[in-house]
Design a protein around this ligand. Structure first.
Ligand SMILES: NC(=O)c1ccc[n+]([C@@H]2O[C@H](COP(=O)([O-])OP(=O)(O)OC[C@H]3O[C@@H](n4cnc5c(N)ncnc54)[C@H](O)[C@@H]3O)[C@@H](O)[C@H]2O)c1
Length: 379
């Protein structure tokens, strides 16, 4: 198959945060063409936006059900093949499920669903379809994260003994102290976001990246969450102790009230031979620490990086790559899977990673609500 993949988009209009990232990522490696979609729940705004980005009106639908009907009525060689789900969390499950039932490949934003039960149902629906399913844990596409994964697998830092991930944002601070704004923010509404705000929104990124780079599974968590106001049902800050095994432990700290912070996400993994550190706000540097040796800083695009790391790098070393490129690499991997080409399993996160995220969210909240106790998160 040589033609571009016909992609539909749900959500991600010009009023959204994440839409532009997916549109740029989809076009980056010349693998997709955006065929149409539903970019918002207001039809007129949706049409105006679609026109602005040059899409045909016929493929802009009033709502999600109309999209399925409209696309199914088209000949197969015109129909959308894959659909990206970029809506608020509560719509991921009904949209992704129906897309799978109707033969579309799905690229779904995180968190996969609003509950573990829904995530499991989705897994079952996927099993019955022949579709490709990706969950866009964006940070897994960074070249230096992929390099970190491969170096850990190669034994470069030895046996892992300490894991530390921190994801700090401050954008909720001015919102949470304003009752009106607090009520109107979907991430603070359990009906729209699920049972958690901070842990569900960004804690899951940290959880996913830890499991991605180490290849280990977190087995138990103990959480202390902060809600800041008694009438706020959603955590906006949390510290989670992690146990991988008796002698491998870690901590995940996550906050959306870390005043002044932007997107300060760092992951540090220490083994008995060395350590690796990565910071999202400076993503082109991977710090390699070894006892008695000078600090080494690895950068993308050099032949010393692994094939997996080099796969997403498009320019010679010294041309900084960022979050658009990271998502672009994920879309590239998904395209290979859809076209049935050879790909590395670490090129994009799957439904399994999405389900792990939901277990983490539910068990973390359970640990906090039950008095900060250890809770097993293995299935
Ligand atoms: N991977 C990442 O790094 C990352 C970053 C930000 C957000 N996200 C995820 O992306 C999703 C969207 O987040 P956001 O920050 O862009 O939210 P947002 O509120 O900024 O945008 C949501 C979009 O969905 C549209 N929408 C709402 N209801 C709809 C419906 N019924 N049909 C079609 N479109 C509808 C809105 O009009 C808007 O365009 C969330 O699940 C979030 O967790 C992921």
């Amino acid at each position: 198959m040589s033609a571009k993949i016909r992609l539909g988009i749900l959500g991600g209009g010009d009023d959204s945060l994440i839409g532009i990232l997916h549109r740029a990522a989809a076009s980056m490696h010349d693998q997709y063409e955006i065929a149409g979609g539903v970019f918002g729940s207001d039809y007129e705004k949706n049409k105006a936006f679609a026109e602005k980005i040059g899409l045909k009106e016929a493929r802009i639908y009033k709502d999600f059900n109309a999209l399925i009907r409209g696309e199914k009525a088209l000949p197969k060689n015109e129909r959308m093949q894959a659909v990206s789900v970029l809506t608020p969390n509560f719509l991921h499950f009904p949209m992704a499920k129906k897309l799978l039932e109707n033969g579309f490949h799905v690229i779904c934003e995180k968190p996969l669903t609003t509950s573990y039960t829904e995530a499991r149902i989705l897994e079952e629906t996927l099993r019955e379809s022949k579709a490709v399913f990706a969950v866009t844990y964006t940070y897994t596409g960074y070249p230096m994260i992929r390099q970190m994964k491969e170096m850990i697998a190669n034994g470069d830092i030895g046996k892992i003994q300490k894991i530390d991930a921190q994801y700090y944002q401050g954008w909720l601070n001015p919102i949470v102290h304003d009752e009106e704004k607090r009520r109107n923010t979907w991430r603070l509404d359990p009906e729209k976001a699920g049972i958690s705000c901070c842990i569900g929104d960004i804690g899951t990124h940290a959880f996913d990246l830890i499991e991605y780079v180490t290849g280990l599974e977190i087995k138990e968590v103990l959480a202390d969450l902060n809600y800041l106001y008694r009438d706020n049902e959603m955590d906006i800050d949390g510290t989670v102790l992690l146990r991988f095994s008796e002698f491998v432990k870690g901590v995940l700290t996550s906050s959306q009230i870390a005043t002044g912070e932007e997107n300060n996400f760092t992951v540090k993994i220490y083994g008995d031979k060395g350590g690796l550190k990565w910071e999202q706000e400076n993503p082109n540097y991977l710090y390699f620490l070894q006892e008695g040796e000078p600090l080494r800083v690895l950068k993308p695009g050099h032949p010393y990086n692994s094939e997996l790391s080099l796969d997403g790098t498009k320019m010679p070393p010294g041309h900084p790559e960022g979050i658009f490129d990271s998502m672009g690499s994920i879309y590239k991997g998904v395209a290979k899977a859809i076209k049935k080409e050879k790909y590395h399993p670490a090129e994009f996160p799957t439904i399994k990673d999405g389900i792990r995220g939901l277990i983490f969210i539910e068990k973390t909240v359970e640990s906090h609500r039950n008095g900060n106790i250890w809770v097993k998160i293995a299935e």
